[in-house]
Design a protein around this ligand. Sequence first.
Ligand SMILES: Cc1ncc(COP(=O)(O)O)c(C=O)c1O
Length: 347
Amino acid sequence: MSKIRRTIEAMQGYVPGRQPSGAFVKLNANENPYPPSPKALEALGAVGPDSFRLYPSSTADELRKTAAEVFGVPFGCIVAGNGSDDIFTMIIRSILDEGDTLAVVDPTYTLYETLAEIQGAKTEKHPLKGDYSLPESFFESEAKLKILPNPNAQTGTLFPKEDIARLVESAKGIVVIDEAYALFAGSNAIELLPRCPNLIVTRTMSKSHSLAGLRVGFGLASEEIISALMKVKDSYNLNGASQKAAREALLDREYTSGVIKKIVETRDDFGKGLAAIGWVVTPSSGNFLLATPPSGDACKITDYLEKNGYLVRHFDTPRLKDKIRFSIGKKEQMDDLLELLKKHTAR
Ligand SMILES: Cc1ncc(COP(=O)(O)O)c(C=O)c1O
C-alpha cells in the first residue's frame, strides 16, 4: 500500500514555465524584462547580517502598513504572501473542505485547480465564450469559491467592471479576483471591497514591479477573511529581505508606471506586427499576448524559437494548442523576435 495520500499520488502537479540556466530571451513566464526599482535594489543592498540571522516579521507588518496605504485599505484587511501563489494556498486551505467545489473559467491559470486537488476539493470548469468573455454558467454557479484572474491568464482578456461587480454581488460563496496583471490594464477590484464582504482581491509584485524572484504577493479582503488566512499561512512565509525591497518598490510608483508604459507600447506594436504577417492576435490587457500562427503549427514554432534563443509558452490543451503565449520583453527583443517569425513564415 502506498504511503502517499491517494489524491497526491493520482495528481499531475502544477507545471510552471521553465527556468533554464542557458542564455535565452525568456518570454515564457510573464516576467518583466526591466530591472526592479533602483530603490528596491538599494534596500536589498543594505540588508545586514541580522536579517539573515533572525527570523523576519511573521506577519510582514512594515510591508503591510505600506501596502495598506498604497492600496487604500485598512491595515487589518491585508495579508502578505510568498508570491500571490502563497495567498491562493491560504485561500484554498481556509475555505475549501474536502469535497467542496471551486469554480474557475477555462482557459485560465491552472494553479488554482492544482491547489484544490491537493485539498481534495472538486474543480468546476466554465468554458469561456468564443471571444473569451464570461459564460452565464460561471455567474450562476453555486460553488463555495470562485477564482477569476482579471485580466485573465493565458488570454489577456480584461473582463468589464460590471461583470466583476455582478459576479461578486450575485455569488453565494467567496469570489477571488486575481489582479496579477491589473496594473497593465488599469483595472481595480479593490474599490469593491467596502461593499463586498465575500470578495478577496490578490495582487503580486512579480509582474509590474519586476520582483518575481523575491516572491511577494498580497491578499486584500474583510478583516474576518484576512484573520482566517493568517491562521493557515506558513509561520514565516515571507523572508525579511523581500519584505524590505517590496516596500520600496511599492512606494516607487513613478518608476513602475514608466516600466508599465513601455511594456504596453511594446505589446501593442508587437501585436500589430504579428497581425501583419497573418497571425490572429487575441486582444490583451496584460504583459503578454496570445496569438495563433497562420500555419497552425504553434508547437513547431515554439521549438524553432527555442533553437534561436527565444523561450515562449505553448500550452498543449484543447483551446490553446494552436496558439503561442508571448510574454512581452524589451522593444529590441520583440523586434528581433518578429524578424525571426517573418523568416519562419517565408520558409
Ligand atoms: C494569473 C496569475 N496569477 C498569479 C500568478 C503568480 O504570481 P506570483 O508570482 O505572485 O506567485 C501568475 C503567474 O504567472 C498568474 O499568471
